[in-house]
Structure formats: structure tokens, C-alpha cells
Design a protein around this ligand. Structure first.
Ligand SMILES: [Zn+2]
Length: 192
């Protein structure tokens, strides 16, 4: 499997040639969106949050690639499954993983604001709505550390009942992905 940066197409996993394609304009678009929204104060921070999104996106495409190449069994929408896998992997394999996932969540939120009126295409699209992807990612972040991220639940006015489910969701999704990926890991400790 090959990662192609500066690709013409993408961002996507091309199953015919088994390549993950990441075009430069995706990076620029992400950076532009954070810049326009005045999401951060400094250039260094802008670079940082953009790299966070690239990392999360690469994990998302890696999810598609693993499902295809390893013929991994999943149920439900593949896009939702790989969003969950990306968030879980980013959180569990980085010291600042939750903050990386938070940048990715906030980008979904900014993208969601683009839509002034939902079309049928938005509804039948293979991806969940951007706002749903935002809340799903926030849910995973909270679920991974409910003490540290209690403030998100408060800020977003998510009920405590719903938030409790996020803790179960994170554990269930992590357990499932660990089980699915463990046989293929050279270093079995990486997802402990
Ligand atoms: Zn996808």
C-alpha cells in the first residue's frame, strides 16, 4: 500500500491501484478554512491543526484500505466505521491524540456550516452529515476521557445520558477494532 502526497485526485483510497491519494489542495483547503474561521491565533498553531486533520484523514483512508486489503468484516456504513477507527487509532497511538481528533471534529463542524439548506444528496451521501461526523468524533473524544473532556459536553449542551453512551461507544468501538486489527499487527502491544 502506498501513500501519495501531492496526488491529482483525492482525498481517497483507490482500491484498484491500492494507493491512498492526498492532493495538496486538500491541505490548502483545510488551512484556509481554519484561517477564515480564526480558529487559532498563530501561524504555528494553524500549521499544527492542519497537520492534525491530515493525520486523522490519513487514518480514515487507511481504514478503507485495511478493510479492502485485509478483507476485514464490518457492518453498517463503512464511512462511519472508518471515522470511528481513525479517531480511535489517533487517540490511542498519540500522546496528544484527543487534541488531534478535536481539530478533525472542529473541521467537520466548520464544513457543516457551509450547508445552508440540506439537499437530498446530502442525505443519501455515503458519508454521514458533517455535523453528525462532528458530534460522533466529539463523542469518541469524550468517551476516551470523560474527566478531561467534560467541558465539551457542557459547551455543546449534550445531555449527560447521551454522554454516558459515548463512554460505552468508545470502549465498544475500540474493542472491536483491536480485535479486528490485532492479528495483523507486528507489535501486538501497540493497541493495548
Ligand atoms: Zn471515506
Amino acid at each position: 500500500m502506498v501513500f501519495v502526497f501531492g496526488a491529482e485526485d483525492g482525498t481517497l483510497y483507490d482500491s484498484e491501484i491500492r494507493e491512498i491519494l492526498m492532493p495538496d489542495n486538500f491541505t490548502l483547503e483545510v488551512m484556509g478554512r481554519f484561517y477564515d474561521a480564526k480558529y487559532v491565533d498563530t501561524e504555528e498553531q494553524l500549521f499544527g491543526v492542519t497537520m492534525d486533520v491530515i493525520e486523522h484523514t490519513l487514518h480514515h483512508e487507511l481504514g478503507h484500505a485495511l478493510i479492502h486489503v485485509l478483507d476485514i468484516t464490518i457492518t453498517g456504513k463503512e464511512e462511519d466505521a472508518v471515522d470511528g477507527m481513525a479517531t480511535m487509532l489517533v487517540i490511542l497511538t498519540n500522546q496528544t491524540g484527543s487534541e488531534i481528533a478535536l481539530s478533525a471534529a472542529d473541521l467537520f463542524d466548520l464544513e457543516g456550516e457551509d450547508i445552508k439548506e440540506f439537499t437530498t444528496e446530502d442525505i443519501w451521501d455515503e458519508h454521514s452529515l458533517d455535523f453528525q461526523r462532528f458530534y460522533n468524533t466529539i463523542c469518541m473524544i469524550y468517551g476516551s476521557d470523560s474527566t478531561q473532556y467534560q467541558y465539551l459536553i457542557k459547551e455543546l449542551e449534550i445531555t449527560q445520558d447521551r454522554a454516558e453512551m459515548c463512554i460505552d461507544d468508545f470502549q465498544r468501538q475500540s474493542k472491536s477494532w483491536k480485535k479486528l486489527l490485532q492479528p495483523y499487527l507486528k507489535d501486538k502491544t501497540i493497541l493495548n
